[in-house]
Design a binder for this molecule. Structure first.
Ligand code: ATR
Length: 276
């Protein structure tokens, strides 16, 4: 049977094996999907071993997403812009197709699952690390009116914006960087791509970025998203955690692997029900 896996460190609590197994079941695809904990200095060797054993593809999680691009024979434009890959497909003749499905996963969750159209919106992206870089390109391609990227370290937000400037022009999107205390607002959609909750820090932006009905998405899920979601709720916004993005990025990866679209909304509902 075709073999896939998620590689990471840590990887123990990854939900990807469950999600992909469920996708396979619901689409009638014959595959096995496991998980592999790999040593911090063992990424290239682990990929090579998995490929040599007949592996057809893998997902890559923390902290290896930045190490995959050099292995690619084809690197998608969205992975190039993100400077990170979360999906590798091993094709005939040693070809390696490398992609990043995180951004399209977020967009599909916002539009498909939360039912909010991004086109024409004012959008705030908080953060300029790997998580933010992974989603900015697809957010631009969804054609909001404007995206402001804000970050504690402003020059990181500025370089992220610079890297996406041509794409933003092409799609008619106003893209700019602003310091945390100068973002203005309110916004229709606020996306939290920072790790501030993990360090126990508060919400890094002013309450004025929200208005009643703002969709406020934290890219994390579980307890790590609780603080942001409670803040959003307290200001009349609609809170949303990152579980939908997790399932949707997996759905896009499944399509890359198998050429088949899985029923992601159903699997998200099942996953949520299982976690409650
Ligand atoms: P990830 O891959 O999860 O994005 P990262 O690349 O280390 O991880 O980026 C972490 C993000 O969270 C950055 O935007 C970081 O801000 P800096 O670039 O200024 O470091 C942000 N972050 C982390 N802790 C924060 C805090 N206490 N307050 C505000 N932002 C924080």
């Amino acid at each position: 049977m075709d073999q896939y896996c998620v590689l990471g460190n840590p990887v123990e609590h990854s939900k990807s094996p469950w999600i992909h197994a469920r996708f396979a079941q619901l689409t009638g695809q014959q595959l096995e999907y496991g998980k592999q904990l790999i040593a911090l200095d063992g990424f290239d060797a682990a990929i090579e071993a998995f490929r040599a054993a007949g592996g057809k593809g893998c997902n890559i999680t923390v902290p290896f997403k930045f190490q995959a691009a050099p292995l690619a024979t084809t690197l998608t434009e969205r992975a190039r812009l993100a400077q990170a890959c979360n999906t590798l497909r091993f094709d005939a003749g040693g070809a390696v197709y490398a992609d990043n499905t995180d951004g399209v996963g977020l967009v599909n969750d916002i539009q498909g699952n939360a039912g909010v159209t991004i086109a024409g919106c004012e959008l705030l992206l908080i953060g300029a690390g790997g998580a933010a870089a992974g989603v900015l390109g697809p957010l631009v391609e969804a054609r909001p009116k404007r995206i402001v990227v804000t970050n504690r370290t402003l020059d990181k937000a500025q370089s992220l914006v610079e890297r996406h400037a041509a794409l933003a022009r092409e799609h008619g999107v106003g893209l700019s960087a602003a310091a945390l205390d100068e973002v203005g607002g309110p916004f229709d959609i606020v996306v939290n791509a920072t790790a501030s909750s993990l360090s126990g820090a508060g919400i890094p932006v002013a309450d004025g970025v929200l208005k009643p009905g703002t969709l406020a998405v934290d890219m994390m899920y579980g307890p790590a998203a609780d603080g942001f979601m409670a803040w959003a709720r307290a200001h009349g916004a609609v809170p949303r955690d990152g579980l939908g993005m997790l399932v949707e990025q997996a759905a896009e990866a499944f399509q890359v692997f198998r050429g088949v679209r899985p029923p992601s909304a159903r699997v998200l509902a099942e996953l949520r029900a299982g976690l409650d």
